[in-house]
Design a protein around this ligand. Structure first.
Ligand code: ATP
Length: 745
């Protein structure tokens, strides 16, 4: 890598675009005081990313922009472009030429460009660090700053040395790793905090999930028990119904049969009672009595006729024989009285007629008349008629008597029959009573079964609500014994009802227990628990990843620290060798060396002491001891007993710092080195030695020397003269040595 050119436009006094080519190893910039030479050195700092305005002699970005003069208006921007030949790819960019450009605007904003593309300052810094062009600017020694390395603190000095040794890239890496580590630690804290935050909720959810799982177990137990219960109940109802039906069918049939039997018997019994036979008997008996009466009448008529005939015969034989009329009358009246006492009307009537006839006869008798108007021959006829009538009446009587007898017998036998039917009727009714009683029993059983069925229906509905669709499959459920053997339906129906009731009570208890778990929105909780534990697991994984990357970063940091330490140590050794050489060269003897020092630094501890915290008085208020590595410079001048930098003269300081700068450059040569009047304080002899050293140095680094020193100028192969006219604009001109010595004055 080689410095090709730098181009200033609007930067400080370089109002116009001013390019400087660096074709050779040593370029000298010469010119009168205030012409703008140092501005060139600062333009290098600027373009390389310097952030300290002070080191560019400004207070703010605007101070770097051409500020205008009477003849030329001020600029709006200051730009510097540095071009490197990158054929060797020392700069980590795949370009032969790499142009680094920085522009500052009046508003203080900066643009950084790499080959025309806008980049970040950090990109520029990293690119340069990779090519040993560090930010500490050890390769740009500003005017009057030659002994900066001497006046710096040991810590700052260390930084310069590290930079010079090309350790900046490692430092960058370490810094980056440390930042990453810090960020990682912060992330770890955040993630851990998130997990902590999540933890109680997760615990709560886990306990809820446990409850849900328990209640699920309970629910499945309940489902199992429910199915068994429902199955048993349905089997019981089914079989009980069938049994009831079967048991009831016999008495029910009998009841039906007996009902019709009773109806038959009833009608039979009532039919017997309403029969006309009795009436017929009464009629017959009445006919009998009439026949008897008629016969009586006929007999008496016959008797009378026979009497009359006998009397007529006796009269004919015994004339005048008679019965006193009073006697006959008395007889007749007595007879009448008797007859009147008879109560049957028709009988009485007939008898009355008869008796009045008797009375008439007697009347005639009493009047002594035997004239009846009827001849004996008529009486004979009458008698024969009567005798015939009597015969007929007797036959009629016999017939009637027989008929009555027959009827009576018939009635009698029928009465027996009717009595049998009644008895049967009563027996049937009694049986019906029994059956009804039995059927009432069945009815009670039926009602109880209906209640069981009703209860079963509501239990089924409840089971559906509690265990879901499984409840509907109770029919398919196989009830098993503990042994696994399936229970037969008949056995289920046979067991005592109490067992089923016990089961129901147990179900009730389980239901209550399930209700007590009281978990609403179970699926919601499960989902939330799943999400939360997934999130927790994710965080745990993230924490693990972070721990891994933290560990790796630690390892990297340790590795880098080791590398830095080794390289630093070796670097110091090599610098010391050169430093001592250069020092001896400059001072004609003496010794010089860098020394690594470890400074103990106290940093206020994190522990905060409280008033009561007497015990930990020492620990609590402990300051953390930090060891800071720095670099001290030990010199001893020849022939002098002077030791320590503060004892050196200005010239001696300049020589020492030059010796050190050159030594550092020798060990790890920077691509270029800008020395702004570093040689100002040198006497002639030292100027020569300086010139020799420069030539030596130029073998490894490009040198840009801003100088008024003839000796130095003489060593340069290219000389630029800077002039400034009345317009305040710095101008560049290539000059030869003679011109240069002239311009430099
Ligand atoms: P010496 O030899 O005395 O060290 P020099 O050649 O190094 O001098 P510089 O210090 O580089 O001179 O130049 C300073 C000049 O630059 C001054 O004249 C100053 O006015 C001018 N200058 C600085 N900043 C600006 C600016 N922003 N605009 C215009 N001119 C500026």
């Amino acid at each position: 890598m080689r410095l090709k050119s730098i181009e200033l436009s609007g930067f400080k006094s370089f109002a116009k675009k001013t390019p400087l080519e660096f074709a050779s190893a040593i370029t000298a910039v010469v010119g009168p005081n205030g012409s703008g030479k140092s501005n060139i050195a600062e333009s290098f700092r600027f373009v390389l990313g310097e952030q300290s305005m002070k080191s560019m002699r400004g207070r703010r970005g605007e101070d770097l922009i051409w500020n205008g003069s009477a003849s030329m208006p001020r600029g709006s921007r200051a730009g510097v472009k540095l071009v490197f030949d990158n054929h060797d790819r020392v700069l980590n960019l795949d370009f032969d030429d790499v142009a680094i450009e920085r522009v500052v605007h009046r508003d203080g904003l900066n643009d950084y460009l790499l080959n025309g593309s806008q980049v970040r300052l950090r990109d520029v810094a990293e690119l340069l660090a990779g090519a040993n062009i560090g930010a500490s600017g050890h390769h740009i020694i500003s005017q009057g700053e030659a002994d900066r390395i001497l006046s710096a603190s040991s810590r700052e000095r260390r930084e310069m040395v590290e930079d010079a040794l090309g350790l900046t890239a490692y430092l960058y890496k370490r810094e980056e790793a440390e930042k990453k580590l810090e960020k990682t630690a912060e992330n770890m804290r955040e993630v851990a905090a998130l997990r902590r935050e999540l933890s109680p909720h997760l615990k709560f959810l886990a306990s809820q999930v446990k409850k849900i799982e328990e209640s699920e177990i309970l629910r499945s137990e309940l489902a199992e028990k429910y199915l068994e219960y429902l199955k048993r109940e349905s089997v019981y109802i089914h079989i009980a119904e069938a049994t009831l039906k079967e048991e009831r069918s016999e008495p029910l049939d009998e009841r039906t049969r007996i009902d019709s039997k009773i109806n038959n018997l009833r009608s039979e019994v009532s039919k017997k009672k309403n029969d006309g036979e009795a009436r017929e008997l009464i009629e017959l008996e009445s006919q009998g009595r009439i026949a008897v009466t008629k016969r009586g009448e006929a007999e008496r008529e016959l008797g009378r006729i026979e009497g009359e005939l006998t009397a007529r015969e006796r009269l004919a034989k015994v004339a005048g024989a008679t019965v006193p009329a009073s006697e006959a009358k008395y007889f007749a009246e007595g007879l009448l009285k008797e007859l009147e006492n008879l109560d049957t009307a028709s009988f009485k009537e007939r008898l009355h007629t008869l008796i009045s006839n008797v009375k008439d006869f007697i009347g005639r008798l009493t009047r002594g008349e035997n004239e009846s108007g009827i001849s004996s021959e008529d009486l004979d006829h009458k008698k024969a008629d009567l005798e015939k009538e009597l015969k007929e009446l007797a036959a009629e009587e016999v017939r009637i008597t027989k008929a009555v007898e027959h009827l009576r017998k018939k009635i009698e036998s029928e009465k027996d029959l009717s009595r049998e039917s009644e008895r049967e009727l009563f027996a049937a009714m009694a049986r019906r009573g029994e059956l009804d009683a039995a059927l009432v029993g069945f009815k009670a059983r039926e009602e109880s079964l209906a209640r069981d069925k009703e209860q079963f229906r509501s239990e089924l509905a409840e089971a559906g609500a509690l265990i879901g669709r499984a409840a509907a499959e109770y029919e398919e459920h196989r009830v098993r014994l503990v042994s696994g053997e399936a229970v037969l339906n008949a056995d289920m129906a046979d067991e005592p009802r109490k067992m089923q009731e016990d089961r129901r009570r147990k179900l009730e208890r389980m239901k209550i227990k399930l209700e007590e778990t009281g978990l609403i929105g179970g699926s919601e909780i499960l989902r939330e628990h799943k999400e939360t534990s997934e999130r927790d697991a994710f965080l745990a994984r993230e924490l693990e990843d972070l721990e891994t990357s933290a560990r790796k970063l630690h390892e990297l940091i340790d590795e880098l620290t080791d590398t830095l330490e080794v390289r630093f140590g070796k670097g110091i050794e090599r610098i010391n060798k050169e430093f001592d050489n250069f020092f001896k060269l400059m001072f004609g003897g003496g010794t010089a060396a860098l020394q690594i020092v470890k400074e103990k630094k106290l940093r206020r501890g994190a522990g905060v002491q409280t008033e009561n915290d007497t015990e930990s008085e020492n620990e609590g208020d402990e300051d953390l001891e930090e060891i800071e590595e720095g670099i001290d410079i030990n010199v001893s001048l020849p022939h002098k007993r002077v030791k320590g930098l503060h004892m050196l003269s200005g010239g001696e300081r300049a020589l020492t710092s030059i010796a050190l700068i050159f030594a550092m450059s020798q060990v790890n040569p920077p691509p270029f080195l800008i020395l702004d009047e570093t040689d100002a304080a040198l006497d002639e002899a030292n100027s020569r030695r300086y010139g020799d050293m420069i030539e030596n140095l130029a073998k490894k680094s490009q040198l840009i020397l801003i100088t008024h020193n003839r000796e130095t100028m003489s060593r340069a192969s290219v000389l630029y003269g800077i002039t400034m006219g009345s317009d305040g604009v710095s101008k560049l001109l290539s000059v030869n040595f003679e011109e240069a010595t002239a311009v430099a004055k």
